[in-house]
Design a protein around this ligand. Structure first.
Ligand code: NI
Length: 166
């Protein structure tokens, strides 16, 4: 699977779309999710959202350290803590760029698994950040959108230079 990147117009268009809910839990969906997990691992990512591989559907996968790779389909954040956490985030769609982003420290998420079973997950620490980062992707939002305009411009300038864009 190719990872779609910021700065390439057709790819960026998919990254900026609001993804559509999954309505059917098919064997093809399971296969797609296992390919997403493989791509995430091969790319040394800790999460991956379907729009990042060109599929505008509400599917994401996460996995790192002792968090076993798992899929969240049609995920909705149903609770967030008032307390916040700051993590240095990066993104496979904005390769090589990192910036500190502030998000709620703990979240509760309702989602479906690849077999069509609903579940809720309570996450804290890095997992909470990764899930929020990936849910953002389903809404066409990138981590750079959370930065101040000044920081974002600085990051994009560097990114364009590194990627040979503009
Ligand atoms: Ni990302």
């Amino acid at each position: 699977m190719d990872i779609y990147k910021l700065g390439f117009s057709e790819e960026e268009a998919v990254l900026r779309e609001v993804a559509k809910p999954v309505t059917e839990f098919t064997p093809e969906l399971k296969e797609f999710i296992s390919q997403m997990i493989d791509s995430m691992i091969k790319s040394n990512g800790v999460g991956l959202a379907a729009p990042q591989v060109g599929v505008s559907q509400r599917i994401l996968v996460v996995g790192f350290d002792d968090v076993k790779p798992m899929a969240l389909i049609n995920p909705e954040i149903i609770e967030t803590s008032v307390e916040e956490n700051v993590y240095e985030e990066g993104c496979l769609s904005v390769p090589g760029m990192y910036a500190k982003v502030t998000r709620p420290k703990e979240i509760k998420v309702q989602a479906w698994n690849e077999r069509g079973r609903p579940f809720t997950i309570e996450a804290g620490g890095m997992l909470a950040t990764v899930i929020q980062h990936e849910i953002d992707h389903l809404n066409g939002v990138l981590f750079i959108d959370h930065l101040t305009e000044k920081s974002r411009e600085k990051l994009l300038k560097k990114y364009n230079k590194v990627m040979g864009l503009n």
